[in-house]
Design a protein around this ligand. Sequence first.
Ligand SMILES: Nc1nc2c(c(=O)[nH]1)N[C@H]1C(S)=C(S)[C@@H](COP(=O)(O)OP(=O)(O)OC[C@H]3O[C@@H](n4cnc5c(=O)[nH]c(N)nc54)[C@H](O)[C@@H]3O)O[C@H]1N2
Ligand SMILES: Nc1nc2c(c(=O)[nH]1)N[C@H]1C(S)=C(S)[C@@H](COP(=O)(O)OP(=O)(O)OC[C@H]3O[C@@H](n4cnc5c(=O)[nH]c(N)nc54)[C@H](O)[C@@H]3O)O[C@H]1N2
Ligand code: SF4
Ligand SMILES: [Mo]
Length: 722
Amino acid sequence: MTAAAEPTTRATDPSAPRTVRAACPQDCPDTCAMVVTVDDAGRAVEVRGDPEHPYTAGGLCVKVNNYLDRVYDPGRVLFPLRRTGPKGSGRFERITWDDALDEIATRFRGIVDEHGGEAIMPVSYLGTQGILNGLNVGDPFFAKLGATISERTYCDSGSCTAYAMTIGDTAGVDPESLVHSKFILIWACNVMSTNLHLWPYIAEARKRGAKVVVVDPVRTRTAAAADQHIPLRPGTDAALALAMAHVIISEGLTDQAYVDAHTVGFPEFAERVAQYTPEWAAAETGVPADTIRTLAREYAGGQPSVIRIGVAVERHAGGGQTVRALACLPALVGAWRKPGGGILQLPLWAFPVNWGAFMRPDMLTPGTRIVNQFLLGEALTGGLALDPPIKGLMVYNSNPVVVCPDQDKLIEGLQREDLFTVVSEQFMTDTADYADIVLPATTQLEQDDIMFSWGHLYVTYNHRAIEPLGEAVPNTEMFRRLAARMGFDDPVFRRSDDDMIAEAFDWSHPHMQGITVESLKDKGWQRLTVPPPDEYAPHAEGNFPTASGRTELAASAAAGGNFVVPLFRQGSNEFQPGQPVDPLPHYIPPREAAHTDPERAARYPLNLLTPKSHAYINSSFASHAFHRRVQKEPNVIMHPDDAAARGISDQDPVRVFNDRGEFTVLAKLDDAVMPGVVVSSLGGWRKHSKATATLAAVNSTQFADLGNAPTFSDTLVEVEIA
Ligand SMILES: Nc1nc2c(c(=O)[nH]1)N[C@H]1C(S)=C(S)[C@@H](COP(=O)(O)OP(=O)(O)OC[C@H]3O[C@@H](n4cnc5c(=O)[nH]c(N)nc54)[C@H](O)[C@@H]3O)O[C@H]1N2
Ligand SMILES: Nc1nc2c(c(=O)[nH]1)N[C@H]1C(S)=C(S)[C@@H](COP(=O)(O)OP(=O)(O)OC[C@H]3O[C@@H](n4cnc5c(=O)[nH]c(N)nc54)[C@H](O)[C@@H]3O)O[C@H]1N2
Ligand code: SF4
Ligand SMILES: [Mo]
């Protein structure tokens, strides 16, 4: 067990400057342990990374280094506000909490009485990922209200369905054991921007002789730092993965003893992949057949080998089957036998979070309708023919105007005069501009919380470091106040933050031995009670948490159909089985591509990718001057040949458009992107944009094949001089 030594919690002299242990709340795999210094006036004066924490190792990142500037930003929403101008105008007046709660309760009650609870829809995601204030904080309230269930499949939902079907809800490889890997395959993940603290482990492995390969249509800073970059056409990843399986099997590179003992469906799988030759995959992906052969041989031969998949791998029509194919590979080559071998997706599954105590699916009215948040624009404008229509909206922990596809329709919906919208925020985002009532939310320094991680195996405690600014409240307190005003008196609404912390984990779980609320409060963070990274090989002997206990090359769970992992659906732990899924991994080409939709491709020949910005977390931080300076003006990166064909020069303002919408940014010419691919990174706000819209205006609301995942990378556009 690893734990931090001195100092931090409170110093004995209450008036002396003190240091407080905290945790970065952002939706980022790294969940850094922070140390906050607070002066004797109760003002936070420094936030830094905890040097004792093995993973954080004293460093935060460009997003959060200046966290105090966010906390004390003059633009913070510090008091409840009521709209005074037209929707979207951003004109508001300060009101009291009492007035705000009265108005919300009166309006919500009126809507429920007239139209039923389903006429209210919550919209939320991961502005903070603390167990208390994050994903599930509003679930019991909206379940009690009988509101529409909000499906939140923004991030890794398709990947999780596919992963669970194949190897179960296992933590997979411990990121810290990557130092032992001999071959590291980074697939659709820009580690140096999005998972920064993993890089030192990769660098160490390299020092010890590992080869690092990146599969990405773009030569990102991560790809540039690797030994090899393999660019491929967006959304064709499964073709590459299946061709790797083809080479591994046809050339006898399998670890047959491991396959025989710890997989099911090998004969059918082998028969299936026989058709996916490297030559076929080369035509599909643009990767030369010889490169595919070499990749497969080196991957199989470089044991232990590891695949680090990014969230971006799911964002196209066949994203789910892509993850199915990738999750099969480690078993074929026996990668799981040693520490540092296997696949790394979300080690989150190792944390025994007591989700039920926060989601409270038992409080839902059976049969309550479910609406996916990607469809919010359509839901608000009548496109889904909802009965009852959505009359009330409550947004918290999210900025849908920037992160949700179909932006123009969403704006149209938010402008509806008969829609009552409440937004809880730290800042006046593009979404908050459309609120009737805005409620002020605290930042992480002003609230207690407890954190799992989706990038390492440490539990982290976040002590409140300072008093809430103005009248801001944590989300927990906001829902306590709302529930009280609605007259909801169930015990769940009377829980204090301490009560919730006590319920956060199954403390008796084997992974929590020696970890208690008290020890966490004291130490700040502790590693789960799992073997140390040098010995962490959870599937050396199989033991996959699947129905068969094996890697399911042929997935038995596919018979039950497509499903959404409970985490991604507000309040609900019910699977909603769809059509049965082919149990064997297969190739589903991108929906928007020249060979699948030639008519669309003729009009919109360029494939737009919208990955994460280096200096923002999703759309958070995109209003701060420092971050905007680092990120620079929003742009679209194009290959010089594509630009030349359109008469576009570097830094020209350009329109990026398709039949769904358009946005205007600067062109950046760079051969880091493949011809035919253009890249504009997510996060910039609409109100800062050149022409009122951002990239979400061109994204489609269509789901990927599994888990109702988004298809952001499956988007054709054209670009022209603005
Ligand atoms: N700096 C920063 N860090 C972040 C975030 C942030 O906004 N900014 N957000 C956090 C969140 S919520 C998440 S989900 C993670 C996501 O982190 P990542 O998984 O790294 O996601 P992205 O940056 O969106 O995309 C990674 C890479 O995938 C590539 N890509 C896109 N489509 C495809 C494809 O079809 N195939 C292949 N092979 N590659 C493709 C892109 O070119 C990009 O370089 O990052 C987290 N960390
Ligand atoms: N085109 C495109 N779209 C994408 C993606 C993409 O790659 N491309 N990525 C998708 C992914 S992976 C993700 S995870 C989503 C992210 O989508 P969101 O989770 O909506 O992320 P943010 O845009 O950062 O918005 C979070 C908001 O919550 C607020 N907030 C922070 N803490 C608190 C709090 O304690 N209380 C309250 N009430 N509010 C708080 C922040 O100020 C911020 O405005 O976007 C998705 N959308
Ligand atoms: S955003 Fe990620 S890398 Fe940056 S401080 Fe937070 S957890 Fe660490
Ligand atoms: Mo995400």
